[in-house]
Design a protein around this ligand. Structure first.
Ligand code: 8X3
Length: 250
């Protein structure tokens, strides 16, 4: 039977690349996001409404998320994989300069939106002995200046993924936390508030990960035999590594 993946945040970056990869491997996809025009264009690019079904809503809105899931037509109601990709970073300022609204936007999307969608689909995933892939970040493990709440939300995503595995013991559901480092996508334009110069500077000469690299990893996880669970994958471009710990001298 043809499998179906629901991919949140599919209108750009990782989500868009993951949707394309799954469809190229013969899956159907449900693609979610806030931008109807982009979703419509993506559905066309993926082969049309038999292959891809769009759900346009804001994942921070619980009622809208629930209504979207309940609206799924019968041909897309059976879900084999949930790819919790929707997420964002806002800014890289030190905590003491951050806007509280930016912090709440990250918590509402990266944590509340992710757990809402997961809870809404868990029964279906148990039924299909399906897969949950959560997009965390290297920032879940490695603190860096300006990472503050973003890193905190991604640490939640990683730990939630592991906790889900514990609770789903015996159900045959696989759960994976994918933890990318420096990656080139619209994510960075959101993080910098649309600052193209900062975007260009970040990636200059760095050969960062590309959305297709993450799609490759997510698909590899999904295609493994059903008895294998990849708990977590931390993935960086070769150009990215660690610096020394900071010591402030007074
Ligand atoms: C963001 C990746 O390297 O900017 O998830 O922390 S990094």
């Amino acid at each position: 039977m043809q499998k179906t993946a629901l991919i949140t945040g599919a209108t750009a970056g990782f989500g868009d690349a993951i949707a394309r990869r799954f469809v190229s491997e013969g899956w159907k996809v449900i693609v979610t996001g806030r931008r109807q025009d982009r979703l419509d264009a993506l559905v066309q690019a993926l082969g049309g409404p038999q292959i891809a079904h769009p759900l346009c809503f804001d994942i921070r809105d619980e009622a809208a998320t629930k209504a979207a899931v309940e609206s799924l037509p019968a041909s897309f109601a059976r879900i084999d994989a949930l790819i919790n990709n929707a997420g964002l970073a806002r800014g890289t300022a030190p905590a003491q300069q951050c806007d509280l609204d930016d912090w709440k936007a990250m918590i509402d999307t990266n944590i509340t939106g992710l757990v809402t969608m997961t809870r809404l689909l868990l029964d279906r995933l148990i039924e299909t002995r399906g897969l949950v892939v959560n997009l965390a970040s290297i920032a879940a493990h490695w603190p860096y200046p300006g990472g503050n709440v973003y890193g905190g939300t991604k640490a939640f995503v990683r730990q939630f993924s592991l906790g889900l595995r514990s609770d789903l013991s015996g159900k045959g559901v696989r759960v994976t936390s994918i933890e990318p480092g420096l990656s080139e996508s619209e994510f960075t334009l959101v993080r910098t508030g649309g600052d193209q110069a900062a975007y260009d500077k970040l990636y200059a000469g760095a050969d960062p990960l590309q959305p297709e690299d993450i799609a490759e990893t997510v698909y590899w996880v999904a295609a493994l035999p059903a008895h294998i669970n990849i708990n977590a994958i931390e993935i960086m471009p070769v150009s990215q590594s660690w610096g020394p710990l900071n010591v402030h001298r007074g």
